[in-house]
Design a protein around this ligand. Structure first.
Ligand code: PGA
Length: 245
């Protein structure tokens, strides 16, 4: 890793609906985070907005929310990681629970995507996380589940390429629920997963300006993956501020 700055990733998901809104949001974030040197701020908008933002991103970094597992060819509707890299995109989020759930992406598919994305030169934010039903089974069940997801996602990836992988722990029950994982619990998961694979560890799931500091300063996670709160520039800027204080 190049530095130890917290990495604050905005996952806009399928928002906002129109280009005007998207520009408004992007420039508001850019304005509010201008001069920030304490954190690496990565905006992951829908694909269609990326080229426009690339020209105007200033200190912000850009990421994608998905990519395909084949380089190019007859795959209607897909986006190659090489296309993203060519545009100047730095990061790609892979394995998000919404992709796993709504688009039936399994560990094998995700692993193929991770491999190709790394070979294109993108940095990968690999998401893993358990459902509430697994959490209810207790610590061992959660640890086993996460360990499997992590190992399967990284199968066949070695050495130098691993330096471009960031792990995001996003418990499904915490995503969009307003019920973030307690920082003490996230810290324990971090310690456990670092033993499986030493990767920069991000937390995601109902992060806001009230709890961001606990994750960064107490649980000592390397970064945050933020959904809902990243669509509110004031709140998002506050999260960044809390993370670098
Ligand atoms: P949330 O989403 O911050 O809205 O909980 C996080 C994510 O899904 O990445």
């Amino acid at each position: 890793m190049s530095n130890n700055k917290p990495i604050i990733v905005a996952n806009w998901k399928c928002n906002p609906l129109d280009f005007r809104e998207a520009k408004k949001l992007f420039f508001a974030v850019a304005r509010k985070t201008k001069g920030n040197k304490g954190a690496e701020v990565v905006i992951c908008p829908p694909f269609v907005f990326i080229p426009f933002f690339m020209e105007r991103k200033g200190v912000l970094r850009l990421g994608a929310q998905n990519c395909f597992w084949r380089e190019k060819g007859a795959f209607t509707g897909e986006i190659s990681p090489f296309m993203l890299k060519g545009l100047g995109v730095e990061y790609v989020i892979l394995g998000h629970s919404e992709r796993r759930n709504y688009f039936r992406e399994d560990n094998k598919t995700i692993n193929k995507k991770v491999r190709l994305a790394l070979s294109s030169g993108l940095k990968v934010i690999l998401c893993i996380g358990e459902k509430l039903t697994i959490r209810r089974k207790g610590k061992r069940a959660v640890e086993n589940f996460l360990k499997n997801q992590l190992k399967a996602g990284l199968e066949g990836i070695k050495g130098k390429e691993l330096k471009n992988v960031f792990l995001a722990y996003e418990p499904i029950w915490a995503i969009g629920s307003g019920r973030a994982c307690p920082w003490e619990e996230a810290e324990k998961i971090k310690i456990f997963l670092k033993k499986v694979k030493r990767l920069p560890f991000l937390y995601g799931g109902s992060v806001n300006s009230e709890n961001a500091r606990d994750f960064i300063k107490r649980a000592k996670v390397q970064g945050l993956l933020i959904g809902g709160a990243s669509l509110k520039p004031k709140e998002f800027a506050k999260i960044i501020k809390e993370s670098v204080l």
